[in-house]
Design a protein around this ligand. Structure first.
Ligand code: SAM
Ligand code: SF4
Length: 339
């Protein structure tokens, strides 16, 4: 499909009229942990020859920014295991200075945050999301298969010291950390962190049965409402998160409930993998190849793929988690598209 220059510069809008303003970039599919709900213990990662260079990520990100993306999140895998990722963040940070981007953020497991927090803060990143499912060292080692809680806590403390705001992401897991939700709320309130609880999603083969661990957050919310006053906040991020102020604690609490509630109507995001694929929905396998387009046809070809992506973005995901169903809804792991 040949498009003239005017069409190519048009803001990204899908066929349902949703403006795409948020891009998640997975900068690596590798990770130094193996969280049980996310990965199998033995994982096959992409050969290095298949992954986008930082120059290519930068060019692709610029293509999105010029078409109206206002927020970029770097994720993975674990973004901080890719050497030089803070330099990539610094390059992307130029769009903050020009005012073309409102926010650049990162999601990290924080195992290496203590080394990188200062450099990240210098790039223009103001906020990081840190995954922390438990503050019990033994449970942390169990959930992540070998992680050391102390390193993560040091990373979080370093982020705070560097002036980064921290939002804790906690995947709610029946029988593992469900008893820690209220203590985690108190800790986050004391530390000045926001907290978001996440329902486990059926993405990629893992060794465990997800249905055993799936904890619907509408029941968690009902329990919390017996102890706390939750005041709904109007804030929307165009994703499946909804936010409340927990009055007594002064805590901002987010609930990400893609399974118990579907908020796809306001979806504003797409994701790119480290091999340059664009996924239009976390809950579908349909994708397009930006890397080949960029390598064969440069920015004009990239824009044509973005237009095609807007045509193919589906209305909604169709996740569900059924007892005993071991096949995930989507075979790709969360680490491929970075959440
Ligand atoms: N390694 C980084 C981290 O853990 O923060 C970034 C990548 S991780 C894939 C991004 C987020 O996805 C984390 O908060 C993690 O807990 C969450 N996640 C991973 N697999 C998930 C799943 N199957 N369902 C729900 N959340 C998941
Ligand atoms: Fe790694 Fe993050 Fe997945 Fe845990 S959730 S295995 S830290 S990518």
């Amino acid at each position: 499909m040949a498009l003239d220059a005017t069409t190519e510069a048009a803001p990204l809008t899908d066929t349902f009229g949703r403006r795409i303003t948020y891009l998640r970039i997975s900068v690596t599919d590798r990770c130094d942990l193996r969280c049980r709900y996310c990965m199998a213990e033995k994982m096959e990662f992409l050969p290095r020859s298949e992954i986008l260079s930082f120059e290519e990520i930068d060019t692709i990100a610029e293509g999105f920014v010029e078409r109206g993306v206002r927020k970029i999140r770097l994720s993975g895998g674990e973004p901080l295991v890719r050497r030089g990722v803070t330099q990539l963040a610094a390059r992307l940070g130029r769009h903050l200075q020009t005012g073309k981007l409102d926010e650049l953020t990162m999601t990290t497991n924080a195992t290496r945050l203590a080394e990188h927090a200062k450099a990240l803060a210098d790039t223009g990143i103001e906020r990081v999301n840190v995954s922390l499912d438990t503050r019990d060292p033994d449970m942390f080692r169990y959930v992540t298969r070998w992680g050391e809680l102390d390193r993560v806590l040091e990373g979080i403390a370093a982020a705070k010291k560097a002036g980064l705001r921290v939002k804790i992401n906690m995947v709610a897991l029946t029988g593992l950390n469900d008893g820690e939700i209220v203590p985690m709320m108190h800790w986050c309130a004391d530390q000045g962190h926001d907290l978001t609880l996440i329902e486990t999603m059926p993405l990629g083969h893992i060794d465990d049965d997800r249905s055993d661990r799936y904890l619907p957050l509408d029941s968690v919310k009902r329990d919390l409402e017996r102890q706390f006053t939750l005041v709904p906040l109007a804030e929307r991020t165009g994703g499946p998160a909804r936010y409340w102020k927990v009055e007594r604690l002064g805590l901002k609490l987010g609930l990400i409930t893609p399974l118990t509630n579907n908020f796809c109507d306001g979806c504003n995001r797409v994701r790119i993998t480290v091999s340059g694929k664009i996924y239009m929905c976390l809950g579908h396998d349909d994708h397009l190849d930006l890397k080949s387009a960029l390598r064969d046809g440069g920015r004009a070809a990239l824009d044509r793929v973005l237009d095609e992506a807007m045509i193919r973005k589906p209305l909604r995901h169709d996740f569900r988690i059924a007892a005993g169903e071991t096949d995930p809804a989507v075979t790709r792991h969360m680490s491929v598209t970075g959440g």
